[in-house]
Design a protein. Structure first.
Length: 126
C-alpha cells in the first residue's frame, strides 16, 4: 500500500497535508483503488463550516459513490476545480490530486489523525 509517511490519515480514507494554516485534503491510494475508475468529484461547498466527520463532498466511480469527510473541524476554503473535468486524476495520482482545502478551527486537532502505520493497521483490520 502506497502511504507517504509525511501525511496524516483519517480512518475514513482521507489524507491531509498541512500547508501553513491550511490543510490540503484528498483520498488515499487505498480508497481510490477500492472505488475504481472515478467519474465525478464534487458537492464541495467553498465557505462551508464543517465539524470533524461531516460530509465535505462526494466522489463517484463506475462502481459506487462515497462521501468525503472533513478530517477536522473547519472551513472549506478551496475546491480543486480541475477534478470537475478530470476526476481520474484521483486514480492516477492520489497523493498529488487534492479535493479540497480546509482552514481548521484548531490545527492541534490534526494530532488525533493517524500516521501511515496507523492508517495501514486500520485498513488491514477492516
Amino acid at each position: 500500500m502506497n502511504l507517504p509517511p509525511e501525511l496524516k490519515y483519517a480512518k475514513t480514507h482521507e489524507w491531509i497535508r498541512a500547508e501553513g494554516d491550511v490543510l490540503t485534503v484528498g483520498i488515499t491510494d487505498h480508497a481510490q483503488d477500492q472505488l475504481g475508475d472515478l467519474v465525478y468529484v464534487g458537492d464541495v461547498k467553498v465557505g462551508a463550516r464543517l465539524q470533524a466527520g461531516e460530509t465535505a463532498g462526494v466522489v463517484e466511480s463506475v462502481k459506487a459513490a462515497s462521501d468525503i469527510y472533513a478530517p477536522v473541524a473547519g472551513e472549506i476554503v478551496a475546491f480543486n476545480e480541475e477534478l470537475a473535468s478530470r476526476p481520474e486524476l484521483l486514480n492516477e495520482t492520489p497523493y498529488q490530486a487534492w479535493i479540497f482545502k480546509l482552514k481548521p478551527d484548531n490545527m492541534a486537532d490534526t494530532a488525533s489523525l493517524l500516521d501511515a502505520a496507523g492508517y495501514q493497521a486500520s485498513v488491514e483490520a477492516d
